[in-house]
Design a binder for this molecule. Sequence first.
Ligand SMILES: [Zn+2]
Ligand SMILES: [Zn+2]
Length: 306
Amino acid sequence: MVNTFFSLRMLQVVVCCALLISCNAGNGKRNKGKDYFKVISVNDIKLPVPKPGEWRARHVEENQSFDRYCKQGQLQARDDFHKIYLLQIGTFNNTQQQCLKDIQVYLSLFFQLPTENLPSVSEALIPDSAKRKTGANNVQLLTTFIIDTILVQTKPVDGYALLGLTSKDLYPGKNWNYVFGMASYANRVGVSSFYRYNCNAEEPRSYQTCLRRIIATASHEIGHMFSIKHCLSAVCVMNGSNSLAESDLMPLRLCSVCQQKLQWNLRYKNLVRLKQLKEFLQKKGLASDAHDLHKDLEVVGPTAND
Ligand SMILES: [Zn+2]
Ligand SMILES: [Zn+2]
């Protein structure tokens, strides 16, 4: 049987956002922000020519510039509609439980939004008709059931995005071997699995690998929920990916263009975000990713107050 990789990132549903807001950036504060993005763009790394099998070799996508992002009419977060929610589905081993705590913190820093866990739900909510067995012990869960029946109906009214997390393997239909996850960007909900992220060992290196994979996926998917499309501007966490190997090569950093899109939507303080994320990544031993953010801080300068 062909071992089909089909990542969460491949299963996009185009987001149709309802609330149109202006893209104009006329005030002084916003102009200062524009300087920030221009300054950090020196740290953007040009995308290499894709190798056969990689995402950009297989998919032709349109570039979403910053202006285009603004003009497409985004659903903007508001005070009463700005939380990110996480929903744990079923049980998790010790490594995964530690990751779950770190994911929550990381996402709150990455998006500068309150990020909360909903009360976890039992896997028993998923009927046998939405499960299947592959091999002796591997029970897979049907993503479409989780999205349509659990996540869409569970998302609180103040939730901008909801990400379900499970330790079990996932499949989106009978013709698929497995998926890492799946999302409905129109509903701004998704589910992601630890199962294929090497999260079973307790030793630190494995933990860092596991954590890095799950926070990369979570920030990428929730980035899509904020209507940011696959990045063609530079090497970036919003690049499309066809496999775990390709994902592992991607940074956790948003390139300058994607940072500008997110900041335009969420209006956070760029430097506060960078400093907090860098500190988190350093603490977790993700030195290379912390260094990427350090380089942004370095070019912006220690006295900047953006
Ligand atoms: Zn994607
Ligand atoms: Zn980008």
